[in-house]
Write a protein that binds this ligand. Structure first.
Ligand code: SF4
Ligand code: SF4
Length: 202
């Protein structure tokens, strides 16, 4: 799939759908309750180890809707070449949501980092940071399959922006500042071409 995309930045193909795909202006868990976390996530082995290393801190930040038994946080490891280390661990569900989602809709892994003044995504799995973006077959694209399950951010009435506009920090996290500049230029070129294409066919 990825080979059909012409632009590569930092080793990732860029699917231009990210520039035009409609999305909410900003995530707001007070409205959506963090429903993208109701299904759990697959984490790389290294991410799993980083989380287990701070399990006591995580337990301290959990509420009564979450299980504090670390042995119940992850499924058995699976071989998976989509992950850097070749091994993935799925997070378990508890009370109908990822074990790390609290009752207010916040991710405890992000909460512990913020509480200690660390980088907010230090312990958060990459796929959680990126959603509704996803890395699929080497390309940065939209996780349509998961997005279709959402009741807030997938409703056209709430989609007043684009995924690109909403996810600039996430893209910069993945591509770096220089990569982001390159992405911006590519977006401008792409949108001009798109407009020209539309004018021709009008
Ligand atoms: S991606 Fe959607 S469901 Fe997830 S936090 Fe953002 S608005 Fe809520
Ligand atoms: S680890 Fe955090 S962000 Fe990822 S699915 Fe679980 S609660 Fe959501």
């Amino acid at each position: 799939m990825a080979k059909k995309f012409e632009k590569i930045i930092n080793g990732y193909y860029i699917d231009p759908i990210i520039f035009t795909h409609k999305f909410v202006k900003a995530c707001d868990v007070c409205i959506c309750s963090g429903e993208c976390c109701y299904y759990g996530v697959y984490t790389d082995k290294k991410e799993y180890e980083k989380i287990i290393d701070i399990k006591e801190r995580i337990v301290r930040s959990m509420d009564d809707s979450q299980t504090k038994e670390a042995a119940k946080w992850f499924e058995a490891p699976e071989e998976d070449d989509d992950f850097e280390s070749g091994v993935a661990y799925g997070t378990e569900l508890h009370n109908g949501k990822c074990v790390f989602l609290d009752k207010q809709g916040f991710c405890t892994l992000q909460k512990v980092a913020v509480e200690s003044g660390e980088f907010k995504w230090k312990y958060k799995p990459l796929y959680c940071i990126l959603f509704p973006l996803i890395i699929w077959d080497g390309a940065i694209t939209v996780d349509d399959e998961h997005l279709e399950r959402m009741h807030y951010c997938n409703k056209p009435v709430n989609q007043v922006s684009t995924i690109y506009e909403c996810c600039k920090s996430e893209l910069e996290f993945l591509l770096g500042a220089e990569g982001m500049k390159e992405l911006d230029s590519y977006r401008n070129e792409y949108l001009v071409q798109l407009k020209l294409g539309k004018q021709k066919s009008a």
